[in-house]
Design a protein around this ligand. Structure first.
Ligand code: ASP
Length: 296
């Protein structure tokens, strides 16, 4: 049954990646802070869209994650970002790709949500952001020192999925993409059915990882098609097992229409935080082994 249950749930992630021991605490703390921002919205009866945006804005503001401040640098040493929000009630989508010079790409995606186009890229996305009073900044203000030093490809897009007490589901993503990518490259995070999807009658999903691979297997679409039959976690695990066909690793989070959450990853780590009306205190893990240990 959809909606009006009063139940809410929120799950978010800080990226499918390797987390160095000295970064574990910042990852946990950032996920905790983002979860608190989203659950505050849901606890007072706010919308899933507002909760997802609030959570992702926190992650974008923290340099430990590859989104907003601290984004990965492209082959020209620039920050180009992708973000998306999807409303599972109306199936409205707002997304931006290869966007420069804004502090919170997810909030530009939010402003796009009720517009006719679902996705704007590059200069067009920037013009939309400027004309709609997004928080602009010098593109170089988003560059942090550690990204200049890091040559390996990072996978730490952030994402969130929420169910609100009216039964509405929303999913969102935000990323600086892959380190050293060609200028103008857009991965899965802005593309519906690839890096995210939401539909009140099924559930919602958000992914992180190697964007070309995630897009080539249409991971979000696969997960949406399987959630009802397999449950959120198995649906993600089965879809991600297809990554071996195209290469690269990934992680995903999902909520079904009844508010059951699931997550899975085949990357070394995947920082995840979760809370719900049934279990309001924050649960935070850096990988699936931690989760299994707690259960066992
Ligand atoms: N999925 C993102 C992309 O390919 C990268 C990431 O997850 O960090 O753009």
């Amino acid at each position: 049954m959809i909606g009006q249950t009063g139940r809410w749930a929120l799950i978010l992630h800080g990226g499918a990646k390797e987390i160095a021991p000295e970064e574990q605490e910042d990852n946990r703390a950032g996920c905790r802070q983002a979860l608190a921002a989203g659950t505050q919205v849901l606890e007072r009866g706010g919308s899933a869209i507002d909760a997802v945006e609030a959570s992702i804005r926190v992650l974008e503001a923290l340099p430990v994650f590859n989104a907003g401040l601290g984004s990965a640098l492209n082959s020209l040493g620039e920050v180009e970002m992708c973000a998306a929000l999807m409303d599972g009630n109306t199936l409205d989508i707002g997304a931006v790709g290869a966007l420069m010079g804004v502090r919170h790409p997810v909030s530009v995606a939010r402003k796009m949500l009720r517009e006719t186009p679902i996705l704007l890229v590059g200069g067009g996305a920037f013009m939309f952001a400027r004309d709609n009073h997004a928080e602009l900044c010098d593109p170089s203000a988003l560059i942090v020192e550690k990204r200049k030093e890091s040559l390996e490809a990072l996978h730490d897009t952030v994402g969130a999925v929420a169910l609100d007490s009216s039964g509405n589901i929303a999913a969102g993503t935000s990323t600086g993409g892959l380190t050293g990518a060609l200028k103008g490259r857009m991965g899965d995070s802005a593309m519906p059915g690839c890096g995210y999807y939401a539909d009140n009658s099924i559930g919602g999903v958000a992914l992180s990882g190697h964007g070309e691979g995630i897009a080539r297997i249409a991971a979000a679409a696969q997960i949406m098609a399987a959630i009802e039959r397999d449950g959120a976690e198995d649906a993600i695990a089965k879809a991600l097992s297809q990554m071996s066909r195209v290469g690269g690793d990934a992680g995903g989070i999902a909520i079904d229409k009844a508010g059951r959450t699931g997550w899975w990853h085949n990357s070394p780590s995947f920082a995840v935080a979760m809370a719900s009306s049934d279990s309001p205190e924050a649960n935070i893990w850096l990988n699936k082994q931690e989760d299994t240990k707690q259960d066992g």
